[in-house]
Design a binder for this molecule. Structure first.
Ligand SMILES: C[S@@+](CC[C@H](N)C(=O)[O-])C[C@H]1O[C@@H](n2cnc3c(N)ncnc32)[C@H](O)[C@@H]1O
Length: 217
């Protein structure tokens, strides 16, 4: 299920490169692919998530094409990273159009170059389904977020029903190739494995889409 941690740097780099190329390829059609689902469901969830985010220094992981940018709090100092320059080029344009100051970096969440305790808050929406080694990425959040800070994750995860979960496992390799996202990640468990403290998990669509609130440990 690709939830495990790996400590072979060369292999980690190879997996990140596959993901980067995949998202560079998807970038021009990403917004179109998600147009309907974005309007119908994702947007209200984004709104809910950002209503919880406080001002301060905020890091967005996997900014993608910038769908969260309209929700960035005006009092926050925003930093955004993504593995894919192709995706992030759309985000940069959006930030410019909306006159939102954002410090963009092409960076892998598995190997963030920020010093320890750099941010008050880190968040990601629909990202840890595609990070090659999610536990490693989550450990990085544990490191760069200040003690007592907030980590917010909006993620679709493997459903906790034997038959549906099994089908998700079977279909996963095809979906990853087309969409870049794993549909069978167990992100709440990954957050715990990474050593973060889970404060709350809200089910937004059964147990398929979850809003996870965690803090460094
Ligand atoms: C499904 S898209 C979601 C984009 C955006 N967060 C949204 O809500 O629309 C996943 C994004 O995560 C990025 N990503 C995947 N693995 C990453 C990694 N290891 N480090 C940083 N970004 C990554 C991809 O390049 C892509 O832009």
């Amino acid at each position: 299920m690709n939830n495990s941690k790996q400590s072979n740097p060369a292999e980690n780099k190879r997996l990140a490169e596959i993901t980067r190329k995949r998202y560079n390829r998807i970038a021009p059609v990403y917004n179109l692919m998600e147009w309907f689902v974005e309007r119908a469901t994702f947007k209200p969830w984004r709104k809910l998530l950002w209503s919880r985010v406080e001002n301060g220094s905020v890091l967005e992981i996997g900014v993608g094409t910038g769908k969260n940018i309209p929700f960035y709090p005006s009092g926050a100092t925003m930093t955004a990273v993504d593995l894919s320059n192709g995706m992030m080029s759309f985000a940069k344009r959006k930030a410019e159009d909306l006159s939102k100051p954002v410090d963009f970096h092409q960076m892998d969440v598995q190997t963030l170059t920020f010093p320890d305790n750099s941010f008050d808050t880190a968040l990601a929406t629909f990202v840890f389904c595609s990070v090659p080694l999610p536990v490693t990425g989550l450990e990085e959040l544990n490191r760069v977020v200040k003690p007592g800070g907030d980590i917010w994750l909006l993620e679709h995860v493997r459903v906790n029903k034997p038959m549906i979960g099994f089908l998700m496992d079977i279909m996963n390799p095809i979906i990853v190739r087309i969409m870049g996202a794993n549909i069978n990640r167990q992100t709440v468990q990954n957050v715990e494995t990474a050593g973060l403290k889970v404060l709350e998990v809200e089910n937004l669509k059964g147990d398929l889409v979850r809003l996870i609130h965690a803090t460094p440990n």
